[in-house]
Design a protein around this ligand. Structure first.
Ligand code: ADP
Ligand code: ADP
Length: 229
C-alpha cells in the first residue's frame, strides 16, 4: 500500500479535529475526501504531510510508519509527498522556471542541464510550455495551479495531496485539471484530494470518503455512487 493511515487522531486544545481516521491509497488511485467546513479535512492532509503531529495513530508510506521512523527517514518521505495548496503558494518574486527549479536544486542537486530538461517536460505535461520566464502575477488562476502542480512534481513525489483544488477555477480550468490528474494517475501517482466539489470529485476519483465531525462516515467506490448528486 502506497499510503495508509491508522487511527489518526488530532485535537487542538479541547477541539477534536481528526478522530480515529484510517484510510488507504494505492499507486495510481485517486481518492477524494468530501465534507463540510470544519470537519477535519485540512488537518488530515497536514497529518499525512507531517505539517502536524498526530496525538494518536500512524501514517505509513510504502508500509513504513513515519511515527516509528528516524528523523532522516521522515525527511526522505516528506519529499515523496507533493502538496498543492489551495492558494497555490507560488513564489511571486521568482519566475516559473525558478519556482520549478528551487526544490530539485536543493533536494537532488541536479545539474543545470538536467534541470532544464525536466522543467521543460513538466511545463509540457501541464500544457504551459511557453511560460518559462513568466512571473506568477501574469498567470490566470488555472495557470497558477498548473504551475503549482508542475512544481510539486519536480521532486518526483509518489503521492500528491490537493487542498480544495477547484475553489479558484472556472469551468474550463476544472476540465484541464481533470485531464492532468488523469495523466498523473496513469503514471502511477497516488492522489488524495480534499474538496467541497462533489461534481469534480465524481469526475476524477476512484473512491470517495465522506468526512463529518472529524470522522470518516462513508467510504464508497465511485461506481456505487455515480447516480447521487
Ligand atoms: P476542514 O478542512 O474540513 O474545514 P479543518 O481541518 O480546517 O477542517 O478543521 C477541523 C477543526 O479543527 C475545526 O474545528 C478547526 O477550527 C480546528 N482547527 C484546525 N486547525 C486548527 C489550529 N491550528 N488550531 C486550532 N484549531 C484548529
Ligand atoms: P480550509 O479552508 O483549507 O479548511 P481553513 O480556512 O479552515 O482552511 O483554515 C486555514 C488555516 O487556519 C489552516 O492552517 C488551519 O489549520 C487554521 N485554523 C483553522 N481553524 C483554526 C482555529 N480555530 N484556530 C487556529 N487556527 C485554525
Amino acid at each position: 500500500m502506497l499510503l495508509k493511515t491508522k487511527g489518526l487522531t488530532k485535537s487542538f486544545l479541547n477541539n477534536l479535529a481528526v478522530n480515529d481516521v484510517s484510510i488507504e491509497l494505492s499507486q495510481g488511485e485517486v481518492l477524494s475526501i468530501i465534507g463540510p467546513s470544519g470537519s477535519g479535512k485540512s488537518t488530515l492532509l497536514k497529518l499525512i504531510n507531517q505539517l502536524e503531529t498526530p496525538d494518536k495513530g500512524e501514517v505509513f508510506i510504502d508500509g513504513v510508519s513515519l511515527q516509528k521512523s528516524s528523523k532522516q527517514i521522515r525527511n526522505q518521505y516528506f519529499q515523496s509527498i507533493g502538496f498543492i495548496f489551495q492558494d497555490f503558494a507560488l513564489f511571486e518574486h521568482l519566475t516559473v522556471k525558478e519556482n520549478l527549479e528551487l526544490s530539485p536544486r536543493i533536494v537532488h542537486k541536479k545539474d543545470r542541464n538536467e534541470l532544464k530538461i525536466q522543467t521543460q517536460s513538466l511545463l509540457e505535461l501541464v500544457g504551459l510550455p511557453d511560460k518559462l520566464d513568466s512571473y506568477p502575477i501574469t498567470l490566470s488562476g488555472g495557470q497558477k495551479q498548473r504551475i503549482a502542480i508542475a512544481r510539486a512534481l519536480a521532486t518526483k513525489p509518489k503521492i500528491l495531496l490537493f487542498d480544495e483544488p477547484t475553489s479558484a477555477l472556472d469551468v474550463k480550468s476544472i476540465d484541464d485539471l481533470v485531464s492532468i490528474i488523469k495523466k498523473l494517475k496513469a503514471e502511477g501517482i497516488g492522489i488524495l484530494i480534499v474538496t467541497h466539489d462533489l461534481r469534480f470529485a465524481k469526475l476524477v476519483s476512484d473512491r470517495l470518503l465522506f468526512m463529518k465531525n472529524s470522522s470518516i462516515i462513508l467510504n464508497k467506490d465511485i461506481n456505487d455512487i455515480i447516480d447521487i448528486d
